[in-house]
Design a protein around this ligand. Structure first.
Ligand code: ZN
Length: 223
């Protein structure tokens, strides 16, 4: 079955989206399309003769509010996001909400929805074959506290109950690269987080809170 997997990088943001296409069935989805890349996504879809079925969002930050409505309005695609996902102004008719355990299909392919709250309340991840698209659940160098939306305790629970139960050979694709890296195995990420995870939930929360305090004191902006 001819399939296509195409990362799509944001021009200025450095964020990475992913186009997944079942070429035989002429169906595709795009995960976290970077702002400003609507034309590229439409051109790729047209070139491959595929219809965009869903625009999947792992999460959106309150200050961002990017609804991908241009991409949705120029295709028949439905914006699909987690239960607690909120975007002001997005017509409800063009939004589909999914919860943990949902299965989405495009062509002959299936994507499993994994509820992964913590980075933001409504964060979800998408598992396709051996690949996990997790947004900002973690970066390739660990978990990053992101302003007041991040709940470290929920994030710890997400990692333990929802993410680290997947096969260790799962390929993890975060929403943005670290240095030049764009993918890691789950085994690698588990090993990286082990020093703080092994001390338990409270220690994880303390670590995240202290780094969040340092980030806000330094004025550093975290994606
Ligand atoms: Zn984020």
């Amino acid at each position: 079955m001819p399939l296509q997997f195409r990362p799509i990088e944001g021009v200025q943001t450095g964020l990475i989206g992913y186009l997944l296409a079942d070429l035989a069935a002429k169906a595709a989805v795009v995960i976290d399309p970077p702002r400003g890349q609507t034309e590229l996504i439409l051109a790729l879809s047209e070139e491959r003769g595929v219809e965009l079925k869903y625009v999947l969002r792992t999460h959106v930050h309150a200050v961002d509010g990017d609804a991908c409505d241009e991409l949705c309005s120029r295709t028949c695609a439905c914006l699909l996001a987690g239960d607690e996902f909120e975007i002001a102004g997005m017509p409800a008719a063009r939004m589909c909400r999914v919860g943990h355990g949902a299965a989405l299909s495009f062509g002959a392919e299936t994507i499993d929805v994994i509820g992964t709250p913590g980075h933001t309340p409504g964060s979800v991840s998408f598992l396709w074959q051996d690949r996990l698209f997790c947004g900002d659940v973690f970066d390739l160098d660990g978990c990053v506290p992101s302003g007041s939306e991040t709940e470290p305790g929920r994030l710890f629970d997400t990692l333990v109950r929802r993410v680290f139960v997947l096969p260790e050979e799962t390929l993890v694709f975060p929403a943005h690269p670290i240095d030049v890296r764009r993918v890691a195995t789950l085994e690698e990420l588990k090993a990286h987080l082990a020093p703080v995870m092994r001390h338990g939930r409270d220690a994880f929360i303390t670590d995240m809170e202290s780094r969040r305090t340092m980030d806000s004191a330094s004025g550093e902006s975290v994606p």
